[in-house]
Design a protein around this ligand. Structure first.
Ligand code: FAD
Ligand code: MLT
Ligand code: ZN
Length: 551
């Protein structure tokens, strides 16, 4: 019988809206509070930043430059920031748009979400207009100052933070909604608008942002476009390559390219905006986005199901596509260990309490007629249980329960790194082979004697698998007690070779960033890599944009 979810103990809405830095912020908030007073005292001086002494900051996150000293050295062609540069930025920005030489204040922007990478930037700029972005880049390009564009800093490949002393260009103050046309559904906003803010605005108009992901409370609209994020509903709304209509982008030399007024159909010339979608800050800085938004579904159902094998996951997916067809809006899978970790993290029992199962599936349907959708879903689930493929399941009865079920999926990233860290591999693999990678990774780690779920003397807790199975996208997360070269050497290039052998992609949605810069050849041919390098050189001949990453 499918159990109905009723009085489900809830907590943790913070993870829904934030999906990220909450625990880390506790540590930095105190520091920031003290620094606030220093800023207030010195803010009257134009050169307050120079006067604040560099105070030492202690972080447990290793410096990228030290951990990966064997792979990357600072390119001495880049200028080192001096007081003249700072004086220039102070002449075009207000004091509250600049953070400089203060390690505490810069800490959040220098460290990534996984606490795996740490840069050493001494300067963060927060432009409020596209023109300011243009002036900053023009100056940096002329002076060969390297720049890292940064959105909400939720990226998972070390792309959003500096490797050495690059200037951080944060889009967080460029955060206005520009317009919404409720006939066409075209939404235009600054790049720094938070994804959840954009979606809430659209909800009030009866529309939905055509992308959703666990980090929605922190990531930017510009950031998701820059990474070509996929997320939880790609199966329904497709990729950003299809929904983004136009972009405003500032090139490395300060040139502003604006295609925000593009129409849905426009076959005049190359579709240049596509180059910037997924370019991870390597070709230009996205300052504005125009995107086509669908009407918000009125009827939404969520069910979590238990099955006994990966083969059954595929079978349920196949049946769901046929039987739920147009109302299917998400199809996610989670393995048993991922759910044990979430249970530990949420401090809750799993919603399917009767037993523990090897795999779980989250199905979401969205449509316009609740009765019709309920009937369709119930028939589908009834059949699946009758023929023995689905062993148990639960359907949310209201909005709160619906959110609770999504939490079991959306909290896996946070839960899998709570023991100390996580090595993430975000991959596309033909469906039949997809879960084989998780098994292969666990076998490899066990053979090396590195893994034990309980024994804290072992560096690895376990490799877990989950993801957007409807898109052929697996997230292999290797939960570790600490980051270590020993573990990394067992996993890389092994994981990339395994993916290549199955004709998969080493990045389905998170991108290349710093983590996969040296592994692109596992998914792209030498000819393709040469073309990518040509394009990069054409748009950014001095290589000032997001160096040491991507390609
Ligand atoms: P950042 O992390 O700040 O930057 C990411 C990259 O884009 C960097 O290379 C940066 O230089 C560049 N960049 C950022 N803004 C701009 C800009 N305006 N112009 C040019 N370059 C820019 N990803 C998915 O695809 N699907 C998911 O389901 C998903 N879920 C996630 C869940 C959690 C809990 C977390 C922490 C991350 C998740 N991600 C997911 C990762 C995903 O890449 C990011 O959440 C999001 O796409 C990054 O947006 P951001 O604004 O934080 O960008
Ligand atoms: C997800 O699907 O949850 C994200 O891509 C994030 C992650 O895998 O960590
Ligand atoms: Zn994902």
């Amino acid at each position: 019988m499918i159990a109905m979810l009723c009085s489900y103990p809830r907590c943790l809405d913070h993870s829904k809206s934030f999906g990220s830095h909450c625990y880390r912020n506790y540590f930095t908030v105190l520091g920031l509070f003290c620094v606030y007073f220093l800023h207030t005292i010195f803010a009257s001086s134009q050169y307050f930043s120079l006067l604040v002494p560099i105070r030492s900051y202690s972080s447990s996150v290793p410096l990228t430059a030290e951990t990966y000293a064997d792979k990357v050295q600072r390119n001495q062609a880049y200028k080192k920031l001096d007081e003249g540069d700072l004086a220039y930025f102070q002449s075009i920005l207000e004091p509250n748009q600049i953070i400089s030489n203060n390690e505490d204040d810069l800490a959040f922007y220098n460290e990534d979400w996984m606490r795996k990478y740490r840069g050493q930037s001494k300067l963060l700029l927060k432009p409020k207009t596209t023109e300011q972005v243009s002036e900053i880049l023009k100056y940096c390009n002329s002076n060969k100052l390297a720049v890292v564009p940064q959105g909400g800093n939720t990226g998972l490949v070390g792309g959003s933070i500096p490797v050495f002393d690059e200037i951080i260009l944060s889009l967080s103050s460029l955060n206005k909604i520009r317009s919404f046309d409720n006939v066409s559904g075209i939404f235009k906003c600054d790049a720094g608008v938070i994804l959840e803010t954009a979606d809430q605005y659209l909800a009030e108009q009866g529309y939905i942002f055509p992308l959703d992901l666990g980090a929605k409370g922190s990531c930017h609209v510009g950031g998701v476009v820059a990474t070509n994020a996929g997320g939880l509903r790609l199966i329904r709304y497709g990729s950003l390559h299809g929904t983004v209509l136009g972009l405003e982008v500032v090139l490395a030399d300060g040139t502003i390219v604006n295609s925000l007024d593009s129409l849905r159909k426009d076959n005049t010339g190359y579709d240049l905006k596509q180059l910037f979608i997924g370019s991870e800050g390597s070709l230009g800085v996205i300052t504005g986005v125009s995107i086509l938004c669908p009407a918000r579904p009125q009827a939404v159902n969520v069910a979590v199901l238990a099955v006994d094998s990966y083969e059954s996951v595929q079978k349920v997916f196949n049946d769901a596509r046929k039987e739920l067809s147009e109302i299917l809006s998400a199809f996610e899978f989670m393995d048993e260990t991922s759910q044990i970790l979430v249970s530990k993290y949420l401090k809750l029992d799993h919603p399917i309490e009767s037993d523990s199962y090897p795999f779980y599936i989250l199905i979401e349907t969205s449509g316009s007629n609740k009765e019709h959708d309920d009937e369709k879903l119930e028939t589908f689930l009834g059949n699946a249980m009758e023929n023995g493929i689905v062993l148990d399941g639960i359907i949310a009865q209201d909005e709160t329960q619906l959110r609770s079920l999504w939490n079991w999926r959306e909290n896996i990233p946070e839960a899998s790194q709570m023991q100390g860290g996580v090595y993430k591999y975000d991959v596309s693999i033909p469906l039949k082979d997809l879960y084989g990678l998780v098994e292969a990774a666990n076998e490899k780690l066990e053979a090396a004697g590195l893994v034990d779920f309980e024994d804290i003397s072992k560096p690895v807790v376990k490799a877990v698998g989950y993801g957007h199975i409807g898109d052929g996208n697996l997230h292999l997360n290797v939960a570790v007690r600490k980051y270590s070269k020993e573990v990394e050497k067992v996993l890389e290039p092994f994981v990339y070779e395994w993916i290549q052998s199955k004709k998969g992609s080493i990045s389905a949605e998170h991108g290349l960033g710093f983590q996969k810069k040296n592994y692109i050849q596992y998914s792209k041919s030498p000819v393709e890599i040469a073309l990518i390098k040509d394009i990069k050189h054409h748009y950014d001949p001095n290589g000032i944009l997001n160096p040491y990453k991507y390609v």
